[in-house]
Design a protein around this ligand. Structure first.
Ligand code: USQ
Length: 395
């Protein structure tokens, strides 16, 4: 299948390009290199060294004997999107070309509006290009479990049955996002749902949990093919940050009371789920929602897991709670469904401890790179608008 990956230079995009190529798909990619710039703005860099895109493309060709067709540019420019669609005629589009960071969107009004404009406009441009150029294509849009927030009831996959004043309906489950970034994903979801209804487009909206890991199955050993792995306060996600902290002996940092629960999944499982989604498209006009994660964990429980795995490698680290820069529940009910992907054949790898150990070993090679940006580990972007470093606290 001919698949366009927007945001192909990112953590998931670069991994997926390799995974889908190994399955025989033909890949096109687009990117404006924003991720590299955002992480630099946060005073950091990827723990794994990342070569330039022209070099990435060369190394890709050498290893897989196949090329990625690549367009450099901003997806908010409709002329570029139209050109890509006309030249590549994708059968499916995986939209990763958005800003993925909650903290980045909370810095100030400029960052909040930039993230919302970028994320909403790029999705709108893809929807119109699909309508006008490839109406049969399948949009796989990366949403987030964070769209639902943490309501005090079970979370279904996108829709639920409701009875109100004696009448019943199947409605979109209420979203209660917790950052301007997460709200940008909600707005994108609503726009996609409407476009499917209006233009008969097909789309899968992936409510993905927090991804972690350095590896995908079948990945060649060539270091230049590795995906990026961020650890700063804005682009590093919980387990990835903990593992980077562990390799330099920095305390692991659950925020606040540390009983926030989230759905997590290894990078290799994310690849498997996205492939299943692409290879089993919805019907024309269908908008479907998949909750994509392997298991729910408490973030202190995860810090304890990283601490134990690190100890087996001779790394001694403390778990030290730190003031929570975010406004979020720190102790709550969390029970989301995740059945659709299992029904399609998703086989969870079910070994978070083994994955953490692999990641720690991989990251130990890059200890110096993490140490060099140690300052970027402590958060200072607060949800109330202040910019002040969090202090360590008692849990
Ligand atoms: N957290 C800590 N300590 C840390 C880092 C994070 O306690 O050092 C906590 C956060 O406060 C939060 C939880 O861990 O309660 C998850 O935070 P995160 O930074 O790993 O993930 P999040 O901001 O939610 O965003 C990430 C991705 C985003 C994706 C989302 C899925 O960056 O693109 O949408 O995960 S989800 O979390 O399910 O919304």
């Amino acid at each position: 299948m001919r698949i366009l990956i927007t945001g192909v230079d990112g953590y998931l995009g670069w991994s997926l390009a390799q995974h889908l190529t190994m399955r025989g798909h033909e890949i096109g990619g687009a990117d404006a290199y924003f991720r590299r710039k955002w992480v630099e703005e946060m005073g950091s860099w990827s723990a794994t060294p990342i070569v330039s895109m022209p070099e990435r493309l060369r190394v890709f060709k050498d290893n897989f004997n196949k090329e990625i067709r690549f367009w450099e540019g901003n997806l908010c420019d409709y002329n570029l999107v139209e050109k890509i669609f006309r030249e590549f005629q994708p059968a499916a589009i995986v939209h990763f070309g958005e800003c993925p960071s909650a903290p980045y969107s909370m810095i100030d009004v400029h960052h909040a509006t930039w993230v919302q404009n970028n994320n909403i406009t790029s999705t709108m441009n893809l929807l119109f290009a699909m309508r006008d150029i490839t109406p049969n294509a399948h949009l796989v849009k990366l949403g987030t479990m964070g769209e639902y927030g943490t309501p005090d009831i079970d979370i279904p996959e996108g829709f639920f049955e409701i009875e109100f004043r004696g009448r019943k309906a199947r409605l979109s489950f209420p979203r209660q996002a917790g950052s301007w970034y997460h709200w940008s994903k909600v707005h994108g979801s609503n726009n996609i749902m409407f476009a499917c209804k209006l233009y008969g487009l097909r789309a899968t909206d992936i409510m993905q949990g927090v991804v972690f890991g350095t590896r995908i199955n079948g990945m060649p050993e060539d270091e230049r093919l590795w995906s990026r792995l961020d650890f700063d306060q804005a682009f590093g996600t919980a387990i990835n940050r903990y593992c980077c902290q562990a390799v330099i002996g920095h305390p692991l940092t659950p925020y606040g009371a540390g009983h926030q629960k989230r759905g997590f999944l290894p990078l290799r499982d994310s690849m498997q789920c996205l492939t299943l989604t692409l290879e089993n498209p919805p019907k024309p006009g269908e908008y479907r929602v998949f909750n994509q994660f392997e298991e729910v964990y408490d973030i202190t429980e995860l810090a304890d897991k990283v601490q134990r795995a690190a100890a087996t490698l001779g790394l001694t680290v403390e778990v030290r709670h730190i003031e929570n820069p975010r406004a979020e529940l720190e102790n709550h009910y969390y029970n989301p469904d995740h059945k659709h992907l299992l029904d399609l054949g998703y086989q969870p790898s079910h070994d978070v401890d083994a994955e953490i150990t692999i990641m720690l070993k991989d990251l130990m090679r890059y200890r110096n790179r993490i140490e060099a940006k140690r300052e970027a580990l402590i958060p200072d972007v607060r949800w109330d608008g202040r910019r002040e470093k969090s202090r360590f606290v008692k849990a």
